[in-house]
Ligand binder design. Structure first.
Ligand SMILES: [Zn+2]
Length: 409
């Protein structure tokens, strides 16, 4: 076993490598610079592991995302580091990394040769990608990625996933609500890139940015996953039952699985202000006034529960509305996906095959209603964040599906 510490809020929080090969649990903290809690939690877990010298199968690695924004205590400097993982952009960044390396002596330090210039986050993304790539090269088993976040309002901890069967399975190992469909609403999130790599990955939202309980919840989540994924021998970690109980208590009374039904997008010009007093998972009625912008009051378009109300200056999501999903939905959709029932999608009214892509379908405008989209979600399709226009893409899962891309090209 070996550990290494970089400290001083560097890119690498540290690592703990097992004596035997096994899965890599790759934890990424502070993709948003105003969310330092994940890094603190990883420091503590890694510190405890090296102090107790617990035997491990596989590797735990902690990285930090946006160092420049972390230093400034802001969500981001020029652009949101969790919105720039689009296919073309990642490819360009990886190509520039390779170029820098063949030109001799490690990665180049500036982004001059890249098509996108002048953004602090571009440099962060490049460094982070290089670190992620190095870790995946070193991996001695399957990669599991955990993306650690906190929120601007009070909140019970919860997870967010791209809704593949393998991501769901990973998320359900933590005793907190799982949110499906958030990634369909935002474009260029890092987890979408991990999905394209075929990795299992989840986002974990631990609570309010400044709350000490958020650091604790991050720690609990990492320990529980180390246990659940078999990196640590079950029951070998001191206090594992307490950790599970503590995390579960935060989420008491909340639904196990919810999906996103609405996103209130905002821009700086809107002057959107959320009314004070909302916390994650608060129930809201249709028509309830939630905030105001230059045009007047902003009301809930439907009933449900509020998620991620915006109480910080930066950000382009005003709030989301989520609804409970019946547990049967998960069972049915798992069955249908394993049966390959996605082939039947083109028989739904208003749905036809995509003219070029075998993994995609096109949904006519008249058919884009709750029922049809709901059925397509059930079958494993998601709206394509790049392109739009009613195109939905089959997620990477099920028998015989290869990752769309790889890191080492
Ligand atoms: Zn965040």
């Amino acid at each position: 076993m070996a550990t290494d510490e970089q400290g001083d809020a560097g890119r690498r929080v540290g690592s703990y490598r097992g004596g035997e090969p096994g899965p890599l649990l790759l934890c990424i903290a502070s993709l948003h610079g105003n969310e330092p809690g994940g890094g603190t939690a990883l420091e503590r877990v890694l510190g405890e592991l090296s102090a107790s010298r617990l035997p491990m199968r596989g590797d735990l690695v902690g990285l930090r995302g946006n160092l420049r924004a972390l230093g400034a205590g802001r969500r981001y400097i020029d652009e949101d580091l969790n919105r720039i993982w689009q296919r073309d952009r990642v490819e360009a960044v990886l190509a520039s990394l390779r170029q820098g390396e063949t030109a001799g002596g490690g990665a180049a330090r500036d982004g001059d040769e890249l098509p996108m210039v002048g953004s602090a986050e571009l440099l962060e993304q490049r460094d982070l990608l290089a670190a992620i790539r190095d870790e995946s090269r070193r991996a001695r088993g399957p990669v599991y990625a955990l993306d650690l976040h906190t929120t601007s309002s009070d909140s019970a901890p919860f997870t967010t996933v791209g809704d593949t069967l393998q991501n769901r399975e990973l998320a359900l190992r933590l005793p907190v609500p799982v949110i499906l469909g958030l990634e369909e609403q935002v474009e260029g999130a890092m987890l979408q890139y991990f999905d394209r790599l075929g990795w299992r990955s989840i986002g974990f939202e631990a609570g309010r940015h400044e709350a000490p309980s958020s650091v604790e919840a991050h720690e609990d989540a990492v320990w529980i996953l180390l246990d659940a994924l078999g990196l640590l021998e079950a029951g070998s970690t001191p206090g594992s039952a307490e950790r599970r109980g503590r995390l579960a208590r935060h989420a008491e009374g909340l639904p196990r699985v919810l999906d996103v039904r609405y996103r209130h997008a905002v821009s700086e010009e809107d002057g959107f202000r959320m009314h004070s007093g909302f916390t994650n998972f608060d129930r809201i009625e249709a028509g309830e006034e939630l905030g105001a912008d230059r045009a007047g009051p902003v009301r809930a378009v439907r009933a449900g529960r509020i998620l991620l109300p915006l109480y910080q200056r930066q950000g382009d999501d005003g709030f989301f509305i989520v609804r409970r999903l019946a547990p049967a939905w998960l069972v049915v959709s798992r069955f249908l996906r394993l049966m390959g029932a996605d082939r039947l999608a083109i028989w739904l009214p208003g749905v036809r095959a995509h003219p070029e892509r075998s993994d995609a379908i096109v949904v006519a405008r008249r058919a884009r209603n709750r029922t049809v989209i709901g059925l397509l979600h059930l079958l494993g399709f998601k709206a394509r964040s790049e392109g739009g226009g009613g195109v939905m893409v089959r997620r990477l899962e099920g028998p015989g599906r290869e990752p769309e891309t790889d890191l080492h090209g």
